[in-house]
Structure formats: C-alpha cells, structure tokens
Design a protein around this ligand. Structure first.
Ligand code: APR
Ligand code: ZN
Length: 252
C-alpha cells in the first residue's frame, strides 16, 4: 500500500465534518478472534446453517451451544488491538462520530470508543426466549460446563446469546440510527468486512448515495472497492494507526 494512499486517506478524514466507521470481524482478527469468511474463518470450520441460525438454535441447541462455548472461550482471551485503539483515538480527535459494528465482541468499547452501534447484538448478554429478561453472558457458564441448555430462572425458557442470528431481525432502533448516520456522513471508513451480509452490506451504498467519500481498509477485495476514494489493502492493526498519525499531523 503506497504512502500517498495513506496520506490521501488521512487528508479525507482530517477534512471530514461527519465521519462514520463501519467495522466487521476483520478488525478483531488481530485480537485473536477468527473472522468468518477468510481462509481460516469460522465458516470454514463450522456450517453457519447449523450454528448461526434461529432454526439451528431451536432444532439442535446442543450443537448451537457447543459452537458458542468455543466462541465464548476465545472471547475471554481477546483484548482490543491497535485497530480498535486507532478508531477510539479518531473519536477523541473529533474525527469519528460513530462506529457501526457487526462485531459482538465489545472490543471497540473496551478500547475507548464511546459511540458504538452494535447492529448484530453482543456477546456480553444472554436473553430469555420466553420472558425477554436480559442476563450477563456468564449466566450460561454453569449450564455449558454441564453440557445443558441454559434456561431462565424466572420462566424456565431457553436462554440465547444476545446476538442477531441469521433469520432474525436486527435491533430496529440501532439499525435505524446506523442508517441515519450513513445518510448524514460525508466520509465512511469501512474496516475488516467482506460486506456479504445484508442489510449491513447496503450501508456503504446509503452513504455513497448521499455523496459521502469512501475509504476501505481490508486484506481482501470487497464488492464496494470500485466505489472507494481510497482502498488500503492490508491489516487494520497496521494501517489504522498510520491513518491516525496522518490525521494528527493535519490537525496539529
Ligand atoms: N485487517 C483487515 N482486514 C481483515 C483482517 C485484518 N487484520 N482480517 C480479516 N480481514 C478481512 C477479510 O479479508 C474479510 O474480507 O475482513 C473481512 C471479514 O469478513 P467476514 O469474515 O465476512 O466478517 P464480516 O464481514 O464481519 O461478517 C459479517 O457475517 O456471519 C455473519 O454475523 C456474522 O457479523 C458477521 C457477518
Ligand atoms: Zn424467562
């Protein structure tokens, strides 16, 4: 990736009035959390139709929870990486208004980002499928240790991690706010997403339709590369800190 591209991207961010970031699993791979569609992504090891759909949760909860036990164990070890800290720094510099994330790992918040829209839910909580009560995700542990299906101590229904599964609706207000920020932004920074999953994959087009500039940071090509002002091919944990340096130079 050429220096001029980083400089160009730094210029666009420094001169933006309302920049928004849209992140995917690629921003957390350098924290030790596998993404989904890369060579060593989760959907190469597991079939998403068996572990990531609402039908899978109801028809084979034991297989569903075996997957989530694995995911939760990885999450316990994960810490924010330089990509997360760089986005939090851009917010501190007043050059990033919100992070829209498809990630459920909470690493943006741990790195200091204050405005984060979790459009695919989170793995901090579990939700009762019966009475809707919300629990801290740790409520699952004793059940998972005994290989039992976690149940609600109020109504006895099955508990589900508070993530959006395929076949489920996204949290409405959160997605509406994400869409509104993409309509309003003059710069969209897409980091670490293959943009294969709708409706999130539409958001870059919402921003473009409203005249926003587009910067992509990704190790592989995405369907919107051709619409981007700048495509920075490489690892987010290396590129984003360099972007912050470029922005700080211009704001000094
Ligand atoms: N730096 C930059 N890009 C990276 C890095 C990295 N360190 N590591 C991986 N990538 C890129 C990959 O090349 C890939 O294009 O990040 C992208 C991750 O894409 P996916 O694995 O498809 O993840 P994501 O786009 O977040 O998936 C969206 O799919 O399964 C559902 O709900 C799940 O939220 C997830 C959604
Ligand atoms: Zn309940």
């Amino acid at each position: 990736m050429a220096v001029e591209e980083i400089q160009r991207a730094g210029e666009l961010i420094a001169s933006s009035q309302f920049a928004v970031a849209l992140t995917g699993a690629g921003v957390s791979t350098e924290s030790g959390l596998p993404d989904f569609r890369s060579q060593d992504g989760l959907w190469r090891q597991y079939d998403p139709s068996e572990v990531a759909t609402l039908s899978a949760f109801y028809t084979d909860p034991h297989r569903f929870y075996a997957f989530y036990r694995h995911r939760l164990a990885l999450l316990r070890e994960a810490r924010p990486n330089p990509a997360h800290y760089a986005l939090a720094r851009l917010e501190d510099l007043g050059k990033l208004h919100v992070v829209i994330t498809q990630n459920v790992d909470g690493l943006h918040q741990q790195a200091g980002s204050r405005r984060v829209l979790e459009v695919h839910g989170n793995l901090r909580e579990a939700k009762c499928t019966g009475c809707g009560r919300i629990f801290p995700i740790s409520v699952l542990d004793p059940f998972l240790e005994r290989a039992e299906i976690p149940t609600c101590d109020s109504c006895g229904s099955a508990l589900k991690p508070n993530v959006v599964l395929f076949e489920e609706m996204l949290p409405e207000e959160v997605f509406e706010e994400a869409e509104a920020s993409c309509r309003r932004c003059d710069l969209l920074l897409v980091v670490g997403s293959s943009l294969q999953v709708t409706p999130v994959a539409y958001l870059p087009h919402v921003a473009l339709r409203h005249g926003a500039r587009l910067i992509l940071v990704n190790t592989e090509e995405t369907p919107v590369d051709r619409f981007a002002d700048v495509v920075l091919r490489g690892r987010a944990g290396v590129i984003l800190p360099r972007l912050v340096e470029e922005v700080e130079k211009r704001l000094a």
